[in-house]
Design a protein around this ligand. Structure first.
Ligand SMILES: [Zn+2]
Length: 401
């Protein structure tokens, strides 16, 4: 993954160099760097160079909401909620993808939290979790700011699919949660959208951040949290969630919560159950956890509710994947959240005659964290993830989507 990042940076530098060298874009070549690349259509008053762009209103109003192409929450009136559209990258027909932003700007100063969802387009309970938190906030009595960015991978959300349909070579499907922090001059719209959002919206307005997800289509899972608990603020926040399974793992570069961490903004990733559906049983636990975090950091008042300690959370640092070796029809012999032991048979697979073609056993003692929801499977698919802990010296384990 680090190779990929390096390649991305090289390509951006190459593009900047080549555009400047042919003089194709005086705006780009003469500006303060890559941040200007998307600004050529925005008129004056656009982003200045440097870390903070200030707030830039494009002058557009869409469905009653003002459109911004850069935001600094300092510019917003305190004690109010602000509903805005943030102007992302352009679609193939030339309009922009607009992202929905809610800012609850407290009457008094304090920590600035960012809550994100919709980086994957098939993840619904995460969006509803963030909406519910925002509904419960009263900025007139808050000390600090909570910004929600709800529908980040807009084109993926339009078709209820995990990945962004990029028009580069027909339709390439790009996983936006491998693109962060993005690149405003990147080789795909997905990378550019990530870069625009990260540089002009997310990073400048965040002291701490939580990136909400769910499992992915085809993989049934319960509530869990991914985050690196060796980071003090990340551990503090994770332990304030009444969620029963934690993957204590840094995961890998390219995911949004790690881009935040790399930028000095503590962050982690709650996973609110399965994809495509609203899970009314799980959402309240994540809302409660988020409100606990906001109370702990003094943004809102009130007693902290249930935490990880109250639900006896199972902390694992890895996930053992069971991968299909055959095509065929799958039957799980262990259910979600079952405890299993090394050597225990957990999946059986049959061909169309009903003959058993493969049997799969766990190699570890652990807890079933996710199972394939489609019964049929090609070779190579994940049939089950079993969360477990290994010694730190054994390196990082596998990581579920
Ligand atoms: Zn996701």
């Amino acid at each position: 993954m680090s190779d990929k990042s390096a390649e991305g940076l090289d390509r951006r530098d190459f593009l900047i160099a080549s555009i400047a060298s042919v003089g194709a874009s005086a705006v780009l070549a003469g500006s303060a760097g890559p941040a200007k690349a998307e600004d050529t259509s925005a008129s004056s008053g656009s982003a200045a160079s440097g870390a903070s762009h200030g707030t830039v209103y494009t002058g557009d109003v869409m469905q009653g909401k003002k459109v911004v192409s850069a935001l600094d929450v300092k510019d917003l009136e305190p004690g109010k909620k602000h509903l805005l559209y943030f102007q992302g990258v352009q679609a193939p027909t030339g309009q922009h993808w607009y992202v929905s932003v809610i800012v609850a700007k407290g009457a008094k100063p304090g920590k600035r939290f960012t809550l994100t969802s919709g980086v994957h387009g098939d993840e619904m309970s995460s969006i509803r979790t963030v909406q519910t938190v925002m509904d419960q906030l009263d900025p007139t009595v808050m000390s600090g700011t909570v910004m929600a960015v709800l529908d980040i991978a807009r084109p993926a959300l339009e078709s209820m699919q995990r990945r962004w349909p990029n028009s580069g070579r027909g339709i390439d499907l790009i996983d936006m949660n491998r693109e962060w922090p993005g690149n405003e001059n990147g080789a795909t719209a997905t990378s550019r959208h990530a870069g625009i959002l990260f540089n002009r919206l997310l990073k400048p307005n965040s002291d701490l951040a939580i990136d909400f997800h769910t499992g992915t289509t085809g993989l049934e899972c319960d509530a869990f949290i991914i985050g690196d608990r060796t980071l003090p603020d990340v551990k503090t926040m994770i332990d304030l969630f009444p969620v029963g399974l934690v993957w204590d793992n840094a995961a890998y570069p390219g995911v949004l919560h790690n881009a935040f961490v790399d930028a000095g903004i503590p962050s982690f990733c709650p996973e609110v159950g399965a994809a495509r559906v609203l899970d009314p049983a799980l959402i309240p636990n994540f809302v409660e956890g988020t409100m606990n975090v906001l109370k702990h950091y003094g943004v809102i008042d009130g007693p902290v509710g249930r935490t990880a300690a109250d639900v006896d959370a199972f902390i694992a640092n890895s996930a053992f994947p069971i991968l299909a070796t055959q095509g065929g029809f799958v039957e799980h012999l262990a259910k979600l959240n079952d405890m299993v032991t090394a050597g225990q048979k957990v999946v059986v697979q049959r061909n169309a005659f009903g003959e058993v073609v493969a049997e799969y056993a766990s190699a570890v003692d652990g807890k079933v964290g996710a199972i394939r929801s489609d019964v049929s499977s090609e070779p190579g698919n994940v049939l089950m993830f079993i969360s477990f802990s290994h010694a730190p010296t054994e390196g990082d384990g596998d990581y579920p989507e």
